[in-house]
Ligand binder design. Structure first.
Ligand SMILES: [Zn+2]
Length: 476
């Protein structure tokens, strides 16, 4: 039997760690801040990666791979970029038993090495757009780490695109933002707000940063993906110019965008419960846990029956058959719940007599007896119901925990209390943003896309006319 998972209501942070460790998604590595992704966690990441990879290819991107080591001088070429990343860099100074002439940086992100290569590959408008993605690991020397959510080394994808015009780069930035939103909502069952980041929260070297933000069960926000319009900043730093259609010479326009293994953390915190993981069927590595209930007397009969049922279900779903005779059914149920398998099927001698099986939903724990003949169709519709149910539950939770607030005392009370998303007027002044962060720990998560200008709204902090509606929250 698994150890006890700390209940969410008692200690949410400890609950999260317990779920990750006990469900065997990941473990702490010997180097502080690093994480070992165990087979179950990696299977989940692989499912995410497979789906996202299809979505990137459908939108015209190709995969490539750039090296892990970057000459230190490359990072210095873009002033904001080096300033933003310097505190987090891991630098190789010795190799092959000798001190290196130029230190090498372990990539914290790959803009600089990619743009050094793009300089060789781009000469004319005919070479554009260049739409490349890479799946890789990166290293950022973080002081405070948390499994999946913030680790020194993590896995991610980073897209880096080059375009002939500012408009095309902007379109690409938003196209990817929408790909991320669709992935989060349709596959992770996680409703997200899509919007633009304030100046203080944007990526180091970007003109504009867009992000998707989800609300976790402890009412803190989690940034789940970012898409940056880099303007001509990197093209200028790396002198990447091209012959325009009209015969002129211009700097190339750029975007970059990424999601990481942090998404696994988001998935856990959005849906899981005090029994362990709750996974959306679209991403669950195993969709069905089939648990035969037998004694020594009827073992052959029940296992034969369950084996046939498993074979039928495997035509459409991933199935784990819990057929060992070492552990009790109760242990198997708990194990299936801990690992977040969306549907459990129980089948015992009495069910066999009645010609039925019992389906159990992981999300609501509801038990549903169904005729054995209908198992396939009922499992399929149940998986669809669970996928939709998780999304709607998370959406309802977000609605309950989103409040329109323009009064500062109310805002402070909200953030000191349960918290959540506060939709507030903002004058656009970084000083108000900084004061709010200092006094309440809440930051602007996004300025949501497609909002009406806030004519009748006041800045929640200073009371001046609001220029924006900003969504504030405490965050991971
Ligand atoms: Zn203000």
């Amino acid at each position: 039997m698994a150890e006890q998972i700390t209940p969410r209501a008692k200690d949410y942070s400890q609950w999260y760690i317990d779920v990750v460790l006990q469900s065997r998604l990941a473990d702490y590595a010997p180097v502080k801040g690093c994480m070992v992704i165990r087979p179950r966690g990696y299977a989940l990441w692989e499912k995410m990666r497979e789906r996202l990879d299809v979505m990137f290819k459908e939108t015209g991107h190709q995969n490539a791979y750039f090296p892990l080591l970057i000459p230190e001088s490359f990072l210095r070429k873009e002033a904001e970029h080096v300033e933003g990343f310097s505190p987090e860099l891991a630098v190789v100074t010795h190799a092959g038993g000798e001190k290196l002439e130029e230190p090498l940086v372990v990539r914290p992100t790959s803009e600089t090495i990619i743009w050094a290569m793009y300089k060789k590959w781009i000469q004319s408008w005919r070479d554009l757009p260049l739409l490349i993605n890479q799946w890789a690991n990166v290293v950022r020397w973080e002081k405070r780490t948390r499994l999946f959510l913030r680790t020194t080394e993590f896995l991610w994808q980073e897209g880096h695109t080059a375009h002939a015009t500012a408009e095309e780069a902007q379109e690409e930035t938003l196209r990817i933002l929408m790909v991320y939103k669709k992935f989060a909502e349709e596959y992770m069952a996680l409703p997200v707000l899509a919007g633009i980041k304030s100046e203080s929260e944007k990526f180091a070297g970007a003109v504009r940063t867009y992000a998707i933000e989800g609300l976790m069960q402890d009412r803190k926000a989690l940034q789940a993906g970012t898409s940056h319009n880099l303007g001509q900043n990197f093209a200028k730093a790396f002198e990447v110019t091209f012959q325009t259609k009209e015969g002129g010479l211009d700097h190339v326009w750029a975007t970059s965008w990424g999601v990481s293994t942090r998404l696994v953390g988001a998935l856990i915190m959005a849906h899981s419960d005090d029994r362990g993981l709750v996974l959306p069927p679209a991403l669950a590595p195993t969709q069905v846990a089939l648990v035969p209930i037998f004694t020594n007397k009827n073992k052959t009969e029940v296992l034969g029956y369950a084996g046939k049922l498993a074979a039928r279900l495997r035509a459409a779903h991933t199935v784990e058959l819990f057929d060992d005779d070492q552990s009790s059914p109760g242990w198997k149920f708990a194990e299936a719940e801990l690992s977040g398998i969306p549907v459990r099927i129980e089948v015992g001698p009495r069910d066999m007599e009645k010609g039925q099986v019992v389906l159990v939903r992981r999300d609501t724990l509801e038990k549903i007896p169904v005729p054995e003949k209908e198992t396939e169709s009922r499992v399929k519709s149940l998986l669809d119901d669970i996928q939709a149910g998780l999304f709607h539950r998370a959406l309802a939770f977000r609605k309950e925990n989103t409040r329109r607030i323009d009064d500062y005392e109310e805002f402070r009370g909200f953030m000191e209390g349960d918290g959540g998303f506060a939709e507030s007027g903002w004058c656009g002044d970084a000083a108000c943003e900084a004061k709010i962060k200092d006094q309440t720990k809440a930051t602007i998560r996004v300025l949501p896309l497609g909002r009406e200008p806030p004519e009748d709204r006041r800045c929640v902090c200073c009371g001046e006319q609001a220029k924006e509606i900003a969504v504030f929250a405490k965050s991971y």
